[in-house]
Design a binder for this molecule. Structure first.
Ligand code: AMP
Ligand code: ZN
Length: 112
């Protein structure tokens, strides 16, 4: 499958990794939009939040359990924003579900 994040997961494309286990990988965004900006990605290919169901929601729950630990590990100490883009109108550019974690500075109050 021609999926950028599957290629990062299987090592075909390098990434600046923060964390990896059997279920997920977390790496810094190549084009950061905050002082600290990383992505948390399940190793299972799920295209987007629209396809979360009873068969894969445990992976999403696991990601949210891990985020506090990963935020701390990345140096975030004062709060963060979690973003998920889903589908065309959100401008999701990589069609493998991922959660952006942004922090390390005061973020703009509103995002569109
Ligand atoms: P989205 O627009 O929500 O699909 O987010 C995709 C994100 O992946 C963007 O913030 C990109 O900067 C990021 N990205 C694209 N290619 C890479 C890469 N090779 N390594 C790390 N992050 C990437
Ligand atoms: Zn994929």
């Amino acid at each position: 499958m021609d999926c950028l994040f599957c290629k990062i997961i299987n090592g075909e494309i390098p990434s600046n990794k923060i964390y990896e286990d059997e279920k997920i990988i977390a790496f810094y965004d190549i084009n950061p939009e905050a002082k600290i900006h990383f992505l948390v990605v399940p190793k299972t290919h799920i295209c987007c939040a629209d396809k979360i169901d009873g068969s894969n929601s445990h992976l999403i729950a696991y990601i949210f359990e891990k985020i506090p630990e990963l935020a701390k590990k990345s140096g975030i100490t004062n709060g963060y924003r979690i973003i998920n883009n889903c589908g065309e109108d959100s401008c999701q550019s990589v069609k493998h579900i991922h959660f952006h974690v942004l922090g390390g500075e005061k973020l703009p109050e509103h995002i569109r």
